[in-house]
Design a protein around this ligand. Structure first.
Ligand SMILES: CC(=O)SCCNC(=O)CCNC(=O)[C@H](O)C(C)(C)COP(=O)(O)OP(=O)(O)OC[C@H]1O[C@@H](n2cnc3c(N)ncnc32)[C@H](O)[C@@H]1OP(=O)(O)O
Ligand SMILES: CC(C)C(=O)C(=O)O
Length: 514
């Protein structure tokens, strides 16, 4: 089934979410899915429906919301997993069940504790069961890059006969090397008699930093789907990054010989959204979406770019969504311009009142900051992501930091409608603020991560803070944005406390220390 169309399968919401600490709430997954739809991703793997009631609800909500991308749920080769995935996908305009089982000797022997014949039988049964629920079934041979060739031929032929239309060959542990991994695709496609009835797919991990290279090599050897994530998020060292694969395919079209339907101008806003939601900032030198990806510092390069841009640039920053905003948003902007920008970022408002509320917040921010960028707008809505009454809300902060004195903070929170104040000392302004908040909340949590990300440039930039708290094995990520990072920190801490109080730990609870 080879063609020149490459299917982009985004698994930010499933494998991306398997990054420790990156798990997302249902509302966050739906927001990211809307951006992925605008990006024109072909398939969105929205989660692993059996994993938790929250993940089931997320897959269902994404399936009911998104119309222009196929929505997929992962399922082990286990009846209950497949049935749960089918149930979650019922409302989808186009739904796919992605079932998998490991095929490498090490996984079959030690993890599954199954004989190869049993694995083949289980795979056939799983694919048939999934086909009774949806018309589109993908089958993955987990740990394919460490599996025996003849065994893979056997199982692939059997699952295609059973109804799988996509065969995914994952480099589960990131062990593959481009030439060998690509050749595995070429040999399998040539050897499996019914291979022409399926699309072959690559799913690569970045343990050796080769995920994108391996994926591209697979494409050159016949793969017509790649599985990838925004910002390369994913289990351990991450997955192949969507933005790098898409732009490599586009920039090197003549050599790669395939095309995607991705609208690359949404890449940077999507990357920003995923970074905000997960609290995983993008490193400045990250390809495509890093702050320095299109910056030229050295004189010879600057001279070259000024004379002829292509001397040092293989793609244009605006083509991947950098600075595409031609209307400058600031305190003199009106609702029409602000709403148009929100629309472009995939942010919709359920009512005029919700838009008015966002607009009021925009004006408050514009009073503090001359120019409002896309990232500021994203932070603005993330900050107000849930209108439900909260146990805690941040009201005011008074911090004193003087050289030679112990920093102290006096914080005012509204707790269940009552104003409560507390003060504390700490090793710095943020530490004192957190201690003051804790002396009100007594949450019994442990601070697992504190990160500050300047979401726009300059000293007047908004800082976005992520605070990860853990209690009884559950982890929450709170976020807060403000032009003052101590206030952003207080907001993030309070946000995390609310998520815990509402039992809104991330939908895929993670064990502490993971
Ligand atoms: C390579 C990947 O990324 S695979 C996806 C990884 N993602 C996740 O695991 C996240 C979601 N997972 C979960 O929430 C849980 O692991 C669940 C709900 C799926 C299963 O939980 P539990 O029933 O408690 O099982 P647990 O996770 O401890 O062990 C996994 C079991 O599934 C079996 N298993 C693993 N993969 C498969 C498979 N593809 N098909 C069938 N069985 C499998 C294991 O052999 C083990 O079986 P055992 O309990 O009989 O020894
Ligand atoms: C389930 C499969 C596709 C996977 O995530 C992997 O092998 O890494």
């Amino acid at each position: 089934m080879s063609s020149d169309r490459l299917i982009i399968f985004d698994t930010t919401l499933r494998d991306g979410e398997q990054s420790p600490g990156a798990s997302m709430t249902k509302a966050e997954k739906v927001r990211i899915a809307k951006m992925l739809e605008m990006l024109k991703v072909d398939v969105i793997e929205a989660g692993f429906a059996i994993a938790s009631p929250g993940d089931f609800a997320s897959v269902k909500a994404v399936a009911e919301t998104i119309k222009d991308s196929t929505i997929c749920s992962l399922a082990r080769a286990v009846d209950a997993d497949i049935d749960r995935a089918g149930e979650a996908l019922q409302g989808a305009a186009s739904g796919r069940i992605h079932t998998f089982i490991a095929t490498s000797p090490i996984h079959m022997k030690y993890k599954l504790q199954m004989q190869p014949d049993q694995v083949v039988e289980r795979a056939i049964h799983a694919v048939k069961r999934a086909r009774n629920l949806v018309g589109d079934v993908e089958f993955s041979l987990e740990d394919a890059s460490r599996s025996e060739f003849e065994f893979m031929c056997r199982i692939i032929e059997a699952v295609i006969d059973a109804g799988a239309s996509t065969i995914n060959l994952p480099d589960t542990v990131g062990y593959g090397e481009p030439q060998e991994f690509g050749e595995m695709f070429g040999r399998l496609i040539a050897s499996v008699p019914n291979a022409h009835k399926a699309i072959f797919s690559a799913h690569c991990h970045n343990d050796l930093g080769l995920a994108v290279a391996n994926s591209l090599s697979a494409v050159r050897h016949g793969a017509r789907q790649v599985e990838c994530t925004i910002n390369g998020l994913g289990e351990r060292a991450g997955n192949a990054s969507l933005e790098e694969i898409v732009m490599a395919i586009r920039t090197r079209k003549d050599i790669m010989g395939v095309e995607t339907r991705i609208d690359a101008t949404h890449i940077v806003p999507t990357s920003r959204l995923v970074a905000s939601v997960t609290g995983f900032p993008v490193q400045p030198n990250k390809a495509i979406v890093g702050a320095n990806a299109f910056a030229h510092e050295s004189g010879i390069h600057q001279d070259g770019v000024l004379k002829h841009r292509e001397t040092y640039e293989i793609m244009r920053a605006e083509d991947v969504g950098w600075h595409t905003n031609k209307l400058v948003l600031g305190k003199h902007s009106g609702r029409a311009a602000v709403k148009a920008r929100f629309d472009a970022l995939g942010v919709s408002f359920e009512s005029q009142a919700a838009l008015d509320e966002a607009f009021a917040r925009f004006k408050l921010l514009a009073d503090k900051k001359h120019e409002i960028f896309d990232e500021d707008l994203q932070a603005l809505v993330l900050d107000a992501r849930d209108d439900a009454p909260k146990r805690y809300s941040f009201n005011a902060l008074d911090v004193c930091c003087k050289t030679g004195l112990v920093p102290n903070a006096a914080v005012t929170l509204i707790v269940n409608g009552e104003t409560v104040q507390a003060a504390a000392e700490g090793s710095g302004a943020v530490d004192a603020t957190f201690k003051a908040i804790e002396s009100i909340a007594h949450s019994g949590t442990e601070l697992k991560l504190y990160s500050v990300n300047a979401i726009t440039q300059g000293t007047e930039a908004q800082g976005e803070v992520t605070v990860r708290l853990a209690r009884n094995g559950l982890i929450v990520n709170g976020t807060g944005a403000d032009t003052d990072i101590v206030i952003a920190s207080a907001k993030a801490y309070v946000d995390a406390l609310n998520l815990l109080a509402e039992d809104k730990h991330k939908e895929h609870p993670q064990r502490e220390g993971v």
